[in-house]
Each structure stands twice: as C-alpha cells, then as structure tokens.
Design a protein around this ligand. Sequence first.
Ligand code: ADP
Length: 775
Amino acid sequence: MKSHEQWSVHERDDLGSQAPDDIDFPSSPRELLDAVPAAIYATDAAGRVTYFNPAAVELSGGRPELGTDQWCVGWRLYWPDETPIAQADCPMAVALREGRSIRGQELIVERPDGTRIACMPYPTPLRGADGTVIGGINLLVDISDRMRAESDLHDSEQRFVQFMQNLPGLAWIKDEQGHYMYANAAAERAFEAPLDQLLGLTDAELFSPATAAEFAANDRRVLESGCGMQTIETLEHSDGAVHHSIVSKFPLPARDGSTLIGGVAIDVTELKQTEAALRRSEAWFRTLAEASPALIWRVDPAGGFTYVNPPYLEYFGRHEDEVLDRGWFPLLHPDDASAYMAAVDAAQRDRSRLCAAVRVRHRNGDWRWIESYALPLFNDGQYLGHIGTSLDITERKQVEEALSEADSRKDEFLAMLAHELRGPLAPIRNSIEILRRTAAPETGTVVQTLDRQVRHLVRLVDDLLDVSRISRGRIELRREQVDLRAVVQQAVEAVGPLCRDLDQSLTVGLPAEPALVDGDPARLAQVLGNLLNNATKFTGRGGRISICIDEPSSSPAGSVLVRVRDTGIGIAPEQFARIFDLFTQVDTSLERVGGGLGIGLTLVKTLVGMHGGMVEVRSAGIDQGSEFVVRLPRVEAARSVAGNAGSDATAASAPRRILVVDDNRDSAESLCTLLRLRGHEVAAAFDGLEAVEAACRFRAEVVLLDIGLPKLNGYQAARRIRERLGDRCPVLVALTGWGQESDRRASRAAGFDAHLVKPVDDATLARVLAEAGAR
Ligand code: ADP
C-alpha cells in the first residue's frame, strides 16, 4: 500500500493547491475517489489491484482481491468489433508495460453475469520518485449510452439512405453554394453522373447553362423566402429526350447555421405525353363527332343523355339543356316510344349492342324515322353507359313501304293474271279433246301438237300461279304418306310423249321396296315433272334421260334420293347456285324446246324445302349433261300406302245427266260437247239463277258449277240447289280457277261434293264422274 499512499499524497498536493477554501471538500483523496461516479482502480507495477472505488465494483460486477487479482485479467474484454482482447493487449497492461497513458481505445467489458458495457478506459502509469513505473491508475467511463445513441443514429441514417434509394423520384441535397451533398440513385441516373463524381459539383458544372440557370433561380427563391416551393423543371437527357419533372424544393437548416436545399422530383414526362395524346385523340373524336352528319350521343347507365353532337340539336331544333339527361323522351312518337325504350333498357341491362328504329319529332314538326345503333362503353370493366349514332331512315322506310306495296301488288297481279289465263284455257282444252274424238285421221298430228302446246301453256300458267303463291307464303302442302316410286311413275308418264317426240330414251330405276316420304303427292309430282321436263328441254334430239330412286343401302340414313340425269347441254359450275333463283335462265339466247320463264327450279327448290328436303345440281360442265338430286326425309312404313296417284285416272264412267254452269259460254259449251261425245246427257246454264232452275228442271245427277257467276255466285247457287232438292240433290262439283286450300274449304262449306281446278284435265274429270256414279 506504500505506493498508493505516495501517489495519494502527490495527488492531494496537486488538488489541494487549486481547491478553494470555502467549499466542503472531501477530507482525503481516497474519499474523493470513492465519491467519483466513474469506475477507478489502481494497481502496482505488476498489475495487481491496490485500490478500487464502488463505481468500479458496479461497472465490473465483481470485487477483486486487493494485492492479488489483476483486474484486467478478471474481466472479459472485447474490442468494439467483438474480437476478444488478450491480457497483454488490454490498455492498462500496455500502459504499465510501456509506461505511457493510453487514450481513445473503446472496449467492451463483459460482467460475470454476461451483461456488457461499453467503456472508454483512461489508463495512466504512476511513477516513483526515481521515475520508474511503480503502478497505474485507470479510469473507465461508461459510454454505453453514447454508443447506443451512435448506433441509433447509424440505423436511422441507414433507413434514410434506403428510403431515398428506393424513392421512385429523384432526391438530392445541396449546400448554400449549390454543391451537391447528397443524391439518391434515381438522381444519379437522371443526372447521368455516379455519386462520387456528383458530390461537390454544382448545376453549372453538370448541366447546360440554361438548365443550370433555371435550377439555380429556383434554389435562390427557396433560400430567399426560407419556404418550400413546387415547380416544373425540364432536363434534357443525353439521348436528346426532354424530361419534365414536378419538383419540390425546400430549405434544410444545417448544424453550422447555414441553409441546405433539399429537392425531390417526380418525372412526369410519360404522364404528360399520355395526357397530350389523350387530349389530341379527344379533340380528334370531338371534331369527328361534330363534323359528322349523323346524330351522335352518349347516355349514362341510367339512360340519360350526357352528350349530343350539334347535328343532333339541329335535327330536333332543341337546345342542349332541353335534351340532356332525360329530356329526349318527349321527342319519341307515342306509338313507338315504349318499344324503343324497351330496346334501350334491354341494351343497358344486358350491356349489349342496341339497334332500334323509332319515329321522332323533327324540328319542322314532322314525325321522321331514325335508326339508332349503340355499343356499351366500359372503363376497367365498369359500365359507363352507351355511345351511339342515329340515322334518319325516313326515306328508306318510304321506299321499303312503296316496294313492299308494289311487291304485293305484283303478286296479286300475277295471281289474277294466272287465274284469268286459266279461263280461256279450259274451253281450248275441251275443244282439243272434242277434235281428237271427231276430227278426220289426217288432222291427228295437228291435234297432238295443239294438245302438247296447251299442256305446256297450262303448266306455265300453273307455275306462274305457284310462284306468286310462294312469294305471298300461300302454298300449303296436303301431306300424306307417299311412295315416291308412284310419283316417279306419274312424272314419267307425263313427260313420256315429249321424249318420244324428241327421240330421247327415258330410263327409270326404282327400288323393289317402297320409298316412303311424308309429302304432298301432287307437289312432289310437280317437282319431278319440272326436273324431267327440264331434262328433255335441255337435251337435244336422241339424248338419254334417266330418273331413279337410289336403293336404301346406297342412300344416306333417313333419306330418299331421287336422281334426274340427262346427257344435254350441261351447266357451268359457276351457275350452280344461281339457277335456283327466280326468273334465272343461264343463256336466254338459247333456242330451246318449249322455252320457259325461269321459275321451274325455284318452285322445285321451294317445294322440296317445304318437305324438309334439299335439291342439288351436278354437272361436269357445258355439254356434259346434268344431274339433279332431290333428297327427302324417308319415313318408315306405318301402314300400306295407296301410292297409285292418277293410275286409274282414265277410268271410264257410265252415262250421266250433267248440268254444266259457266258464264264463259265457250267454256260451258265446249265442255258440254266433250261430255256429250262421251255419251253423257248434258245441259248448260250461264248464271247462278239459271243454274238453280236448270238443276231442278233437268234433274241433273251431277252439276259442274263455276264459282264466279253473275246473279248468284256458285256458293249461293249450290246452297239453293241443296235446299230445293234435299235428298234428290245432284253431286255438286265446283269447277273453278281458284284452287287454294281456303277455296276448297269454302266450297265444302257451301255444300259441294268435289272441287276441281280449271282447266281440268280429261282424266281427272272422268274419275270424278265415275266417283259420282258410285255414290
Ligand atoms: P326454265 O326452264 O323455265 O328456264 P328453270 O327454273 O326450270 O327455268 O331453269 C332455270 C335455268 O336452269 C334454265 O333456264 C337452264 O338454263 C338451267 N337448267 C335447268 N335444268 C337444266 C338441265 N337439265 N340442263 C341444263 N340446264 C338446265
């Protein structure tokens, strides 16, 4: 303890010389050291502890054995970077060994309980009177709080840097003289200078004079006003692109009393470009909308107008305020408004396309037709309403109406024409029949020619009538189960004479089994008749014609195929689709047998279609012949089928008393002559009243009664005859130009037993007379 006292005495002298006399100063150096709140200990020259104060015990967490323990060995010490400090390297050991004071070496003391404290040691060697080191004294200042503060500062600095580096915008700090002190990564990129080059430079050294001047002026405003500001600055990049940024500049007080300038910038070049493009396209569309003669409008999801173009306002003679929102409703015609609004509502509800026509009140007071087209408008999937245009279609409507009126007048006319043509054909046909029976043998060929030509004429008139019915949708099928083999036979019989005249061979191929379809036998006969007729017409003298029904095994399932082939003029492939159109003839200059109107194939296609079938044409080309294939849905045999249409048509009937009534005297008289030639007893009447009288007086068994008669029409006459004669009423047969189902119904309702359409052919008349006799 000697050395301690020496040191103590020396210290006391030193202190005592400076202490004022009037304060209550500790009486000894030991007391003084004990009272110091910093850890202090002293050692001898070998480092053994000779003194420690209470603060040292508190700091170290242990109490050393005086004169024995070497304190710096008892502790575990670390440098700030966590590496342990060897005994010989601890600052106190170095101070004793090297006889010098050590300063500024931070270290970490680990206490026995594991807790750690950051310290700054101040080891100082003590020398004896001869100058040798006799021990040392160490002061340890707890610097944990300072270290924590420094580390917090470090952390916050790190956070700041991270934050700034990740900022999508540019950030920088300049000093009062405009030198860059800090710049984040975005600023480095935009200024095209790495940070180490950038720091310390000014705008004048980095950018063009104009740009630097612009930046500097803004910086000055911040420094002068002491307030932040926002502005737009432009900077030309090295690729020549000029970038626009929204810049915020603000003053930052520095510790030395100067003012720094902080800056943050967001590059809005793209935004500006998009905005400009948007403005351009908006202007473009607006110009378009305003220049367009069409009415253009936009409605919101609730159906109120949010935009109408000037032509719209002009069309209605209204002011914008009057039509926006729902002000356009009163412009709609009351009769159309609800249907039009229903269409608009549906389009809005379903977010779908709108196409609707409506009458609206034009500015001159007229009701005019407009047609509106609109599409739904979406933004990011959100429905914004509809945008549409409306066109004035008044003239189109008028033309359409006029056309449809003209069309239906044409149809009516065709129907009337055909009907009127049938009138004169009846007596001509009768007369031919009379001639056939009475004329001299040498006129036989003349009669045949007449007969052929009249038949042709009758077919043309029938086709014409059918076509007008088709266009008026008035063709009805009288369906039954039909064996197509019988229909083929019938068509072949009809065309037979024509083929013979032209030396054409006609072969028929029929399957052994019935080919059943659900159809109207008369119409199917018309279809095959037309095809066979064309085949002979378009095949020269000596050609070959065939008609066949494919075997079921070689037909598609559920279908019956009928083929009509010829070796005639053929058809070019490009004509295939056209020839089924109404009034189409491939080469009208062609001189053909019999001519035609170009309606036969239209009828074929329509009638086959009405039967649920289809017809196709094939030909290898001009002069290669043609083939028409009719495909009809096959039905399975449910019951036995008559299938003998017309086969007993020529059955002869026994002589009867027949009254013929027709206001066309030629018709009436020629028919009378014909019937007389067949051995019947015949009388004629020329109006309705006469008919009733004659029926009673003449005691007719059959009355062939025209419908369109003067005085009493056929229906009325039939009723009266039935009333007058009751049970003795003759068989009443309507003989008329009108052959529709509705006409047949009307005649049945009036009490007729049968309905024949003029000009009735010989065979049909014979059959009806035979059936009349069978009653
Ligand atoms: P039409 O025979 O009265 O002219 P169609 O409608 O029956 O009218 O036929 C239309 C056109 O189709 C005919 O004018 C003819 O050019 C062509 N055509 C029809 N059948 C044949 C066929 N078998 N061979 C060659 N051409 C035909």
